[in-house]
Design a protein around this ligand. Structure first.
Ligand code: SF4
Length: 174
């Protein structure tokens, strides 16, 4: 097992202490540098940095940054959610490492959702029911994972399903 243990710290963002979501930093007791390109290949990292090595993921509205000796997660509901995500990552890191001879390491990020692709799947009426001035602005927020198909009420079930399917290729659920 590559990653055996870590120490978790939970805190509120200093820039806005009244903000309700939490941040978490896990200091890793083992160095996982060599596992990062395999983890990136398996989970489809949003961005991959070679030097110093790091991979970031966007999952359920959170940004997760995995470094050789540290994992950072933002926008957490509570400590329980932090623990769940860290344990999931520990399993994924160890699985990727143990199966590395069957995985092609990846040294770049995966394709991101296209704003125009998302826009094509929206009603394009600029009705503002979602609180945004145009469907284009809404599409930009969907691409950033800040909004989802459920936030556009005028969409019918089929349209929502199509947008869900399009976005699902960029998401992993722990
Ligand atoms: S609610 Fe939907 S259709 Fe209306 S502006 Fe927002 S994204 Fe466009």
């Amino acid at each position: 097992m590559l990653l055996e243990s870590y120490t978790k710290k939970i805190f509120r963002p200093e820039c806005n202490p009244s903000f309700q979501s939490l941040h978490c930093i896990a200091a890793l007791d083992q160095d996982i540098t060599d596992a990062l390109p395999y983890l990136n290949a398996v989970l489809g990292g949003f961005e991959y940095f070679k030097d110093p090595p790091a991979v970031t993921f966007r999952i359920q509205g959170k940004i997760i940054a995995v470094h050789p000796r540290e994992i950072a997660v933002n926008a957490l509901r509570d400590e329980e959610e932090a623990g769940k995500i860290l344990e999931w990552l520990r399993r994924e890191i160890n699985d990727a490492w143990e199966n590395r001879d069957k995985i092609t390491p990846r040294y770049e990020g995966t394709p991101r959702p296209g704003i125009l692709e998302i826009l094509k799947l929206l009603p394009k009426t600029n009705c503002r029911e979602c609180g945004q001035p145009t469907c284009m602005v809404f599409a930009t927020l969907v691409a950033q994972d800040a909004k989802g198909p459920e936030d556009c009420q005028p969409m019918d079930d089929q349209e929502r399903k199509r947008l869900d399917q399009y976005m699902s290729q960029f998401h992993f659920n722990p």
